[in-house]
Design a protein around this ligand. Sequence first.
Ligand SMILES: [Zn+2]
Length: 398
Amino acid sequence: MTVGSFSPGATSGAGELLQLMLDGTPRTRAELIKLTGLARSTVGARVDALLAAGLLTPSGEAASTGGRPPAQLAFNPDAGVVIGADLGATHALVALTDLRGRVVAEKAFEIDISAGPEVVLDRVARTGRALLSGAGRRRDELAGVGIGLPGPVEHSTGRPVLPPIMPGWDNYDVPAHLSTSLGGPVLVDNDVNLMALGEHATMYPHVEQMIFVKVATGIGAGIISGGRLHRGAQGAAGDLGHVAALHGDGIPCTCGNVGCLEAVASGPAVVRALLEHGIDAGDTRGLVRLAKSGDLAAATAVREAGREIGHVLATCVSLLNPSVIAVGGLLAQAAESLLAGIREVVYGRSLPLATGELQIVASRTAGHAGVIGAATMVIQHVLSAEQVEAQISSAAAG
Ligand SMILES: [Zn+2]
């Protein structure tokens, strides 16, 4: 991000003022004085610091009340760019966004997550650099990098913790690798948390309580509480895949336990269940194709998986009282059957007060929730009052 020079004393509080402007509404200096209750000179100094940093930009004129119309200022989403990456077991999507989280350019490619962190992260970095230069942006315009990984991540350090499908990644310093090859700051989280963040920011910005559920090779959930991502003490909040399923009945799970939700209701679990009835769907994609083509056995099996997930979600609804449950991931492409099963149980098992306003819907971000969420995580960090203050004062000192 380009930051101009400023005398240190004048900038204190500029970060706070920017928070008011992040809703995108253009405002005049007079309106900011009224909104903050601060002195004209104080607001003037903060606005000047933000203009010099490129974070505010002139935005036309307000309606005149007689005399020269007052100039308006607005948040400048082009003051920097962000790279958001969403890594799955076999595929990756890397996107370049502006500071609103709007995707400017993107590239999808195949990966093998089990090839290890060096190989995979080098590919992400190469793709990020290509997107930057393709958009005519310099490396020093990169405000930060966000990345979602398909496994448990300790958010505070950005390191994966014993991720079952990611051999070689345990405790690997992902931020160090990417900040060397791309530029920092680099923030890391698990993919489902970021999908929740992306779906919320894009489609439900005014919803305070929401759950995003991913149903694919694994099952997981991201929780938005009070309008913010709720990670829990270690970042494991929402890890629903390994809670006990109602009809788990000793079915072995990849985690070493038995009877987990993932062992009965994930894509591979439904494929296995169908195989016992002599129907070979191949894999989760094949299962989705079969269910969408109107195959009764496949649709019934997916709906049954939805019911199993619904039993777990009914408990979540009682605990969290969300107003939206968005369902994404590969198996959600067979949305009608899956949602029907989930709705049947959640509405049947919850009290009317909790379900009166509850929407249970398919994800609406068409596979982009993860990259938008990764970018949003970075944007929330770099545009926080604290970080903006730090940037402006270090530019002033330099
Ligand atoms: Zn398990």
